[in-house]
Design a protein around this ligand. Structure first.
Ligand code: AMP
Length: 672
């Protein structure tokens, strides 16, 4: 089978891209090759020897299938200044042609390799390479289908409400602020906010989550998801090229462009393999001719066979096909992997760090209690609600929700987010500081006593200062995700698990205990989280960080592999993480870690298989058991094995996950 390393420039994976013209060329080539096989019989010996041998149909096959290969070799040598494996095959084809021309001159061979079959051999090698390239193209395309379906998730048109009329418009023409009408059972074409109607939206195309989400006025909907029940009107919030699905598409395109480092193996080796193969072919020729006294044309055929079987096409396919199949299979589980490198890194990690809020916990935080002194309740709530109004932190949102119901929220004059600590703002002429209780630990008095009481209960405690005076505390609590203990338990079997949080000791230990993580680090500022990850790395560890992607961007970026949860709809999470879980399904994590190892072991198996068969083929060609034609066949079969082995990744079933979900469903049915 031909491969990327032998392929012609700008033509996809094989010598040919899989369009109709390529199929036609292959069919014509096959017919001509069969004709070439019987050429001698068609004309009879006399006519053949006088003129027919010169007009052998193999020439056309060589032009159709061999020329793109020569171009690839030429392009590699003279434009990219690289010795590519296509050079080997080109030399093999040219050498076969040369042997044919020599045979025309009357030199005959003693082996079973018949006179004048050299041209046929050259044509067949070129044809097999082209066919292999075509099959590879098709197979790789199939394995990438999971990813490519994303491209189909972007409807080209949408119905826009303009001056009371409904107009069908190209999605690219729709502007932010336009109103799009979406009928039931239509795919939503834009990212936006529902302003009229209620519905259930099936987001499974992106999140992998099969249960439709209920959406009402004010909720966000995304392009590429299905409106299931009611008609809705959506106010567009993003241009078509900035939607979540558009981001995913460009991310996937980028991932496909980036090969895993291991993928460059064959390219890297080409500069060694090509001279080595040519030298070995020359040595085989010389030894056969002079040491074993084999006629020189037979010796040359052995040399040419070595060239054909030495081509490490299967080796070049070993990694990209496994990565493409792995990425595709994961996309069906709602997991987007940015690059092959991310999978490789994930397979190597030995420490898995979890963020607490929004990762092991639901992130749906609620205010538990508030306590204030020397300030009116309404004013206290206005100060905290207004200061937090622009923050995306789950605690901020809980405070805003609580305050909104009880007091007026105003726009602060200034807001300064203190990442991992809290927020500082100027509201109604007062400087407000809202921060984790650690910042106020030196305080005494009733507010401090109340804070200690809250801390002892394992609550998250936030202190509030107005104009530098402590005026109150707020306690919030978070609930552990139902699936966190299952996920952590399984991960504990093979990894060191750590929870990193900025929260206080009691709150951290409560959640860590419930989830079952082996280690817990609390009251960490964002750079302390980084320091922890770096210290593990310096000690030789490989760290995977799992966070919500919004507050953990630096940790996700520093870890060897960063996984963002609930990334659907969050551009930041999609951009910072190496792997993005489109849903919040922590139960997917153990399967993801296991699968990353499976992808890498598939790659290793592919490499061993490819190298072993190639090595055996070289030995067989040394003893003339293989000739250029059978050599090309063996070579292509190996590549097919490799592609098939990679495609097996698609059959991977996350058994533990399925069992767990089935049990969960059974239990919920029973309790109902
Ligand atoms: P994080 O690491 O982002 O979870 O933040 C660590 C701690 O800082 C939280 O547990 C809170 O106590 C505090 N914190 C961070 N951001 C805010 C905020 N916007 N409002 C109140 N407290 C916050």
């Amino acid at each position: 089978m031909a491969c990327g390393c032998c392929s012609a420039p700008k033509k996809g994976n094989g010598f040919f891209s899989s369009n109709k013209w390529e199929v036609i060329k292959l069919v014509i080539s096959l017919v001509l090759l069969v004709t070439a096989f019987f050429w001698h019989d068609i004309f009879g010996h006399e006519a053949y020897e006088t003129y027919a041998k010169y007009i052998n149909p193999s020439w056309v096959v060589i032009i159709f299938c061999g020329v793109p290969l020569f171009q690839a070799a030429w392009h590699g040598l003279f434009h990219e200044k690289k010795i590519k494996v296509s050079v080997l095959i080109s030399v093999a084809i040219l050498a076969s042609i040369a042997l044919e021309i020599v045979a025309w001159c009357g030199v005959s061979v003693e082996s079973g390799h018949a006179d004048h079959s050299n041209l046929f051999a050259a044509g067949e090698i070129a044809f097999l390479m082209a066919l292999g390239g075509y099959i590879e193209d098709l197979t790789v395309k199939r394995t990438r289908k999971g990813i490519e379906r994303l491209l189909d998730l972007s409807p080209r048109t949408a119905t826009v409400k303009l001056f009371g009329e409904l107009i069908v418009m190209e999605v690219s023409q729709i502007n932010v602020g336009d109103i799009v009408v979406v009928k039931p059972n239509d795919m939503i074409a834009v990212d936006g906010e529902i302003i009229v109607g209620e519905t259930a939206v099936d987001q499974s195309s992106i999140t992998g989550e099969s249960v439709p989400c209920d959406k009402k006025i004010g909720d966000l909907v995304y392009a590429g998801t299905w409106n299931k029940s009611g008609a809705i009107e959506v106010k567009v919030t993003k241009k078509s090229n900035e939607t979540t699905v558009a981001k995913l598409v460009s991310l996937v395109e980028e991932a496909e462009g980036k090969k895993a480092p291991i993928a460059r193996l064959a390219d890297k080796w080409a500069s060694v393999i090509v001279p080595l193969a040519i030298s070995l072919a020359v040595v085989v020729f010389l030894v056969s001719k002079f040491a074993f006294n084999i006629p020189w044309l037979d010796a040359a055929i052995r040399g040419v066979t070595v060239l054909v079987v030495f081509c490490p096409c299967s080796l070049a396919l070993a990694t990209p096909t496994a990565i493409a199949a792995g990425l595709g299979a994961l996309s069906y589980r709602g997991i987007m992997v940015k690059s092959g490198k991310a999978i490789e890194e994930l397979a190597r990690v030995n420490t898995v760090c979890f963020d607490k809020t929004g990762t092991l916990t639901t992130g749906q935080i609620a205010v538990n209690d508030v306590y204030f002194e020397g300030i009116e309740e309404k004013e206290f709530l206005t100060l905290i609600g207004s200061s937090e109004n622009n923050s995306e932190h789950p605690i901020a949102q809980a405070i805003v929700n609580y305050a909104k119901e009880r007091a007026e929220i105003v726009t602060p004059k200034t807001v300064n987010s203190l990442v991992g600590i809290g927020v500082q703002a100027e509201v109604n002429g007062k400087t407000v500081l809202i921060a984790q209780w650690k910042q106020f630990e030196s305080e005494n008095g009733k507010i401090a006593d109340k804070a200690k009481e809250m801390l002892e209960k394992g609550l998250t405690v936030i202190g509030v200062k107005a104009d530098d005076k402590l005026v109150g505390v707020v306690s919030v609590s978070d609930t552990i995700r139902e699936d966190s203990p299952y996920a952590v338990n399984l991960i504990n079997n093979n990894y060191n698990t750590v929870m990193l949080t900025g929260d206080n000791k009691n709150a951290a230990e409560r959640i860590a205990g419930l989830a079952g993580v082996k280690e817990v680090k609390y009251q960490l500022l964002p750079d302390e989280k980084l320091e922890y990850i770096k210290s593990k790395q310096q000690a030789g560890g490989k760290v995977c960080m799992i966070g919500d992607g919004v507050n953990d961007a630096p940790s996700l970026a520093t870890a060897d592999c960063g996984i963002a949860m609930g990334a659907f709809g969050s551009d930041l999470a999609i951009e910072t993480a190496d792997i993005a879980l489109m849903n919040n399904d922590v139960a997917r994590l153990p399967g993801l870690l296991r699968f990353s190892k499976k992808v890498i072991s598939t790659i290793k198996r592919n490499i061993v298989l490819a190298m072993t068969i190639n090595f055996a083929a070289v030995i067989l060609s040394l003893f003339a058991i293989l000739d250029p034609v059978t050599g090309a066949l063996v070579h292509n079969c190996t590549s097919l094995f490799v592609v098939g082995n990679s495609a097996l990744l698609f059959l991977d079933k996350d058994k533990n996950y399925k069992l767990y979900k089935a049990k969960q469903e059974g239990a919920s049915k029973q309790s109902a």
